[in-house]
Design a protein around this ligand. Structure first.
Ligand SMILES: *Cc1c(COP(=O)(O)O)cnc(C)c1O
Length: 372
């Protein structure tokens, strides 16, 4: 008789469904035998990394026989300036995903729960359930409201109970692209009980223009229970290197550091991130390209008579209706990879990442063919 390993797995793991990444270009090439593919599926920067980061990657190649600096001294020094925090308030992660997982590991276990809103980033339920804790999912404002899909923070506060150890908020959120303004988020953070750890995930913060949008890093010195996460994967164009970080009180950083792998972030990633931070020009260029590209997509959707969820990120969910799966397939056949979001409870939508102008146009043309 063969062993039933499913029964042997930890209870939280048994019910997990693995994260579904955007389809890699090579996979589509293999499966459909097509070339000239564009991927607008994982919110990557269509400009790629900046020249300074590429230079740093090349230069660090010769040093990869050495272990990286496990304390990331140089990178932390740069980040202390950027964020007005001390080095002992920074946790460097293998992607910000790593920081989310590590924090969950520190604070969650069976019998506890974590609170986050519906349509939130998929890693929150994954990290929660992997720790054996219970996810509590709270409502967002509905499609007919003046703030469709925006988090209802009062509902989140109401959901917090004795067993709650963490709350997760992505600002802006992926996949919806909605965001919380400064006053609302500050008020929320203030009202969360001090013994509940608040994660504000700012993976897309570099793209947001609105003057009412808050960078929560300025609050980590005020709230001991706050962790703000940032990443080099999105606007900085370094998704393939895997590097991000958390900002928090020294107390939280110390606890997260206890479960962190000693060398969780590669030497190359640290050097590239350091260079990317200095490359203001590339960041600005990426930002501007995104702003224009978002307008191009929005104008395209309006022309096609399609609704979309207004987004401040580098991606947008467009409502293509009940046929979304076949439209996704049709786009694949035309060499355009976007992201289905039915696993996020958004079955009538597809999420598309803002690409280069010609990529956005090609996506819109293919989409028009399929819905026409
Ligand atoms: C992409 C993304 C991340 C993090 O990605 P890393 O590559 O692990 O840094 C975190 N949060 C949200 C909401 C994201 O969309």
């Amino acid at each position: 008789m063969s062993t039933n390993f499913l029964d042997l797995a930890c209870p939280g793991i048994r019910d997990l469904k693995p994260y579904q990444p955007g389809k890699p270009i090579e996979e589509l090439e293999r499966e459909y035998g097509i070339t000239d593919i564009i991927k607008l599926a994982s919110n990557e920067n269509p400009l790629g990394p900046g020249s300074m980061a590429i230079q740093a990657i090349k230069e660090s190649a010769e040093d990869v026989w050495l272990y990286p600096d496990g304390n990331a001294f140089a990178l932390k020094a740069a980040l202390t300036n950027k964020h007005n925090v001390d080095a002992d308030q920074i946790t460097i992660g293998n992607g910000s995903n790593d920081v989310l997982e590590l924090a969950a590991r520190v604070f969650l276990q069976p019998g506890t729960n974590a609170v986050f809103a519906k349509h939130s980033f998929a890693v929150y339920p994954l990290a929660t359930m992997a720790a054996g804790a219970q996810p509590i999912v709270t409502p967002v404002f509905d499609e007919t409201s003046s703030q469709p899909y925006v988090i209802d923070f009062d509902a989140m506060l109401d959901a917090i109970n004795e067993q709650t150890r963490m709350v997760f908020v992505a600002n802006p959120n992926n996949p919806t692209g909605t965001w919380a303004d400064s006053a609302t988020l500050y008020d929320f953070i203030k009202r969360v009980p001090e013994n509940v750890v608040i994660v504000i995930d700012e993976a897309y913060t570099e793209y947001v223009d609105n003057p009412d949008y808050p960078n929560a890093d300025k609050w980590v010195n005020e709230f001991q229970n706050l962790i703000v996460t940032r990443t080099f994967s999105k606007a900085y164009g370094l998704a393939g290197l895997r590097i991000g970080y958390g900002l928090s009180s020294p107390e939280l950083a110390d606890l997260i550091n206890r479960v962190r792998q000693p060398f969780n972030v590669s030497l190359v990633a640290q050097m590239a991130a350091l260079a990317a931070l200095e490359d203001r020009e590339h960041l600005l260029k990426s930002h501007e390209l995104n702003t224009k590209g978002m307008r191009q997509l929005e104008a395209g959707f309006s022309r096609l008579g399609l609704e979309y969820i207004p987004s401040v990120g580098n991606f947008v969910c467009v409502k293509v209706g009940a046929e979304s799966a076949s439209i996704y397939e049709g786009l694949l056949r035309s060499g355009v990879i976007v992201r289905p979001v039915d696993n996020y409870g958004l079955g009538e939508y597809l999420r598309v990442t803002v690409g280069l102008p010609e990529q956005n146009e090609r996506f819109l043309v293919s989409l028009e063919d399929l819905i026409g």
